[in-house]
Design a protein around this ligand. Structure first.
Ligand code: UDP
Length: 258
């Protein structure tokens, strides 16, 4: 399956539909090396612009799905009307797919009681799901044990919920340790699956306004989105305008012999 991507401010974003992204994920699970799905948004792009090592992680990801509303707007400005793929929704589909195909799964992240509750709820919802390993996300003092635990249980799918950028850095480290695992960073998804945090009502989700709902419910998130989101959109417009100007100038630079 061929990747079709669009570059926004230096970062390639895959233009798959949800079903295509799931098919592509299955091909990554079947491949003979580990891979990384990034759920990209303006906040992590802003962080990557300030941290070269992190930018490299994003650029080397095997699949980059348009999660943030800012990414959807940025792609639209560039003529691509893609379906937004939320990290939590996509991770849930990956789990359903894992249950259906008996793919071994590992879960790492969130507070100890949260991961336990999320595990119980997932097992109730998907009784055949083969969860081979789980650990909370507060393992600074026993990182090596967690890495060994993941490695020894040989998952083919690993969900990591440490928040960005920590989860992407941890996945990148694991890429060279695990022989063939598909990994995705899923932020606060375990908190939602544990019932600790409510997702936005469906109508907000359908309108693509879940980020706004979460910001209203957790006002401290406001400073994560502003001014990052409008600034991102401004920079995308600026980039497009600059590209167009450069293109329209191009014929004038061709010299002809007289
Ligand atoms: N977390 C963790 N270990 C840490 C710091 C955070 O496991 O050292 C977890 C935290 O408990 C939460 C998740 O990482 O479950 C981050 O959630 P947040 O809502 O910040 O992520 P977002 O969805 O906004 O990316």
């Amino acid at each position: 399956m061929q990747r079709r991507q669009k570059n926004l401010l230096g970062y390639n974003i895959d233009l798959f539909s949800v079903d295509e992204a799931l098919d592509y994920s299955n091909s990554l699970i079947d491949s003979a090396k580990s891979s990384h799905i990034v759920t990209i948004n303006p906040e992590i792009i802003e962080y990557a612009n300030k941290h070269e090592d992190f930018a490299k992680i994003l650029k080397e990801a095997e699949l980059v799905i348009p999660d943030g509303i800012g990414i959807k707007i940025g792609l639209k400005i560039n003529g691509e009307d893609v379906q937004r793929i939320t990290g939590i929704g996509f991770a849930h589909s990956l789990l359903e797919n894992a249950q259906k195909n008996n793919i071994p799964v590992a879960l790492v992240g969130a507070k100890p009681h949260v991961i336990e509750k999320a595990y119980e709820n997932l097992k109730q919802e998907m009784p055949e799901l083969n969860i081979v390993y789980k650990h909370d996300g507060y393992f600074k003092d026993c990182k090596q044990e967690v890495i060994d635990g993941i490695k020894n249980s040989s998952p083919k799918l690993l969900l990591v919920a440490l928040g960005a950028p920590m989860q992407e850095e941890f996945i990148y480290e694991l890429k060279s340790i695990l022989p063939s695992t598909l990994m995705i960073g899923i932020g606060g998804s375990f908190d939602v699956w544990a019932g600790e945090v409510q997702r936005a009502p469906e109508i907000w989700q359908k309108l693509g306004l879940e980020w706004l709902y979460r910001t209203i419910k957790q006002p401290e998130r406001f400073k994560r989105i502003f001014p990052t989101l409008p600034l991102f959109v401004y920079n995308v417009i600026k980039e497009k305008f600059t590209k167009n100007t450069a293109m329209s100038e191009c014929p004038r630079s061709i010299k002809t012999r007289s």
